[in-house]
Design a protein around this ligand. Structure first.
Ligand SMILES: Nc1ncnc2c1ncn2[C@@H]1O[C@H](COP(=O)(O)OP(=O)(O)OP(=O)(O)O)[C@@H](O)[C@H]1O
Ligand SMILES: [Mg+2]
Length: 241
């Protein structure tokens, strides 16, 4: 397994939280190598979303550091982090419901002329055909699964090298869950490195190269997806097995 040197994304011993003196992250570390799909699982309140927010510059990091392509980005704003090549899809409210699919994609576009914008949007419609069929519809009228795909597509408009996905399958019907997981794999196979948080642990670990189990803001287990699935303690504690 990789030791994480030369990783696309690396979070080291993160401590931090939302208000002073209350740490939610208590020294957790993750890394994602070029081309990997890495999954973070753990119980409700484990700090999974907080970890993503800390990496993306939305939560105060009191100690530890975040590296993107080896460059320290700890404390950078989300805007700076986006410009440096990271995409982030939050767990909730990740599309603008009153805007159309096209307009949502435009919001994720960072720079370039309208021709570049159009070609980027077309690239998204190739990856997410259902969005192409609905490009002039408002996001609020999409199904849950389509909305998650739009959120992912929006984050990809800035051509990131790595994206953070916070529970893309949350609250979806079984068929939509399958579609979203398939799409995450497609995105990963298109060359985007992925760090995905999921409560659908079994399924997520099945498609992951590696996984982490987070609890109480620290790493409890880590390893290849298959190894975590086969670990009796992980199964008993976190997979309902
Ligand atoms: N904006 C906030 N302000 C203060 N505390 C927060 C905030 N968001 C989350 N917390 C607290 O941080 C802790 C970890 O929350 P977090 O959302 O990171 O958990 P999670 O692992 O993502 O859980 P879930 O599986 O339910 O999404 C919880 O105790 C939560 O109450
Ligand atoms: Mg969460």
């Amino acid at each position: 397994m990789s030791d994480g040197r030369g990783s696309v994304l690396r979070a080291e011993d993160l401590v931090g939280g939302y208000v002073p003196e209350v740490d939610i992250l208590n020294g957790c570390s993750v890394h994602v190598d070029e081309g990997e799909l890495v999954v973070v699982i753990g119980p409700n309140g484990a700090g999974k979303s907080t970890l993503a927010k800390a990496v993306f510059g939305l939560v105060d990091v009191r100690s530890g550091r975040v590296l993107l392509h080896g460059e320290e980005i700890t404390g950078d704003s989300p805007h700076q982090v986006t410009r440096k090549g990271m995409g982030y899809v939050p767990q909730r409210e990740n599309v603008f419901p009153s805007l159309t699919v096209n307009e949502n994609l435009e919001m994720g576009f960072l720079a370039g002329d309208s021709k570049h914008l159009d070609s980027q949007a077309e690239a998204m419609f190739a990856l997410f055909p259902r969005l192409g069929e609905r490009r002039r519809q408002r996001a609020g009228g999409l199904s849950g699964g389509e909305r998650q795909m739009l959120a992912m597509a929006r984050s990809l408009m800035s051509e990131p090298s790595v994206i953070l996905l916070d529970e893309p399958s949350a609250g979806l019907a079984p068929q939509a869950v399958a579609d979203v997981f398939r799409t995450v794999l497609d995105v990963n196979e298109s060359g985007v490195t992925v760090l995905m948080i999921e409560q659908n642990a079994q399924r997520a670990l099945t498609i992951a190269d590696r996984g982490y189990v987070l609890e109480g803001g620290v790493n409890r287990f880590e390893g290849p997806g298959r190894a975590l699935l086969d670990d009796p303690e992980v199964a008993r504690l976190y997979l309902g097995g």
